[in-house]
Design a protein around this ligand. Structure first.
Ligand code: NAP
Length: 331
């Protein structure tokens, strides 16, 4: 919301977009709507001392997403609930409800991509609305929308470094810290959660890999079809010795199309995908990705290595992806 306010002039002058926030929802607040616009204090970052004050004047919460959407008369819904790796809920239900209501749906949540991409994409098309999710991988960097600019290009696979927590931990281990010390440093920097196992065990990277495969290679894939190994078993000496010899460990995401023939001679197409620590030659671009930076290289027929680097994203990077999706949706 802060970025929307910050870019209100650009949105209005360049794209003719004006907006009013008519609904807000979270587990703690419930479903709050006012078609005339919500009190700005209610929209302040949470937790906020203003929240309790404004709550007294806040409209009574609605019972569910459906009555909330109707009351808010929503044209666009931004969905940013926590990731549920198991089934993508409740985000899948929220996005489905938004599209059925007749709103564009924009999400930063990878769950709905991994668990319900085709259904939501097709629903959006049927309703003449957009289902957009640029912030799900590499924050707001144009990854999915890049392919709108590359018609008829054949994507064969990709590789990259997409998880900041493991990147920071590995960089610190190279400097001599133990795994636990490096993890504490990543937590102190605010990069890693208190429970960082989701990142360390490769789940976050695997979900991102699955989202890219599902959308860009157009092959639905389950998380258990991605070979996954985290960085927990890497020792500081292995990391330091590799560095001494000119190699750097990175948690690398990989996917590529495979072609084989079954015993009857029929061509079988598949996907081979993995997330695991790999030793990368220090002169390679991927080896230079450190800290919170990310890297993704697409392997295509016309451009064999089309790479994007996101160098130390700022605070607004994820919000920017959602704002850019808003512009894409309504212009
Ligand atoms: N943070 C990033 O840089 C980043 C980058 C890319 C993508 N993402 C994705 O963006 C999403 C949000 O990230 P975050 O860091 O803000 O996550 P978060 O800290 O877990 O916050 C999630 C928000 O969703 C609300 N929520 C959770 N479950 C809900 C439910 N069942 N019904 C209604 N509201 C619910 C929470 O409400 P309460 O606070 O009231 O519980 C909270 O406001 C995640 O899917 C994440 O993977 C984040």
């Amino acid at each position: 919301m802060r970025l929307l306010e910050d870019r209100a002039t650009e949105l209005q002058q360049r794209y003719g977009i004006s907006y009013r926030i008519t609904g807000i929802a979270s587990r703690r607040m419930g479903w709050i709507a006012n078609p005339n616009g919500l009190d700005s204090a209610l929209l302040a970052p949470n937790p906020s001392p203003l929240l309790d004050v404004s709550r007294a004047a806040a409209p009574a919460p609605h019972a569910d997403v459906h009555s909330w959407l109707a009351a808010a008369r929503a044209d666009v819904v931004f969905e940013a609930t926590s990731l549920n790796v198991e089934n993508g809920q409740p985000a899948v239900d929220h996005i489905r409800a938004a599209l059925e209501h007749g709103a564009h749906a924009i999400t930063a949540n990878k769950g709905p991509i991994v668990h319900a991409y085709r259904e939501l994409r097709d629903l959006a098309a049927t309703r003449g609305k957009r289902f957009l999710f640029e912030s799900t991988v590499m924050d707001g960097v144009p990854i999915f929308s890049l392919f709108d600019q590359l018609p008829a290009l054949r994507l064969q696979g990709f590789h990259g470094v997409l998880n900041s927590t493991t990147n920071v931990i590995l960089s610190e281990m190279e400097q001599g810290l133990s795994f636990d010390e490096a993890l504490k440093k990543a937590q102190a920097l605010g990069v890693a959660e208190t429970d960082a196992s989701h990142d360390i065990d490769g789940w976050d990277a695997a979900v991102k890999t699955a989202a890219l495969i599902t959308v860009l290679l157009d092959v639905p894939i389950r998380l258990d079809q991605i070979e996954r190994e985290g960085i927990r078993d890497l020792t500081p000496s292995a990391v330091r010795n590799a560095r001494r010899d000119g190699w750097l460990f990175k948690l690398v995401c990989r996917a590529r199309r495979t072609f084989s023939r079954n015993p009857a001679g029929v061509e079988v197409r598949g996907i081979e995908a993995s997330v695991r620590p790999e030793k990368i030659l220090s002169t390679q671009p991927m080896a230079r990705i450190s800290g919170t930076s990310s890297y993704l290289c697409f392997e295509t027929d016309i451009f064999p290595g089309l790479a994007i680097t996101e160098d130390n994203p700022g605070l607004y990077a994820t919000a920017y992806g959602m704002l850019a999706d808003l512009v894409r949706a309504v212009t």
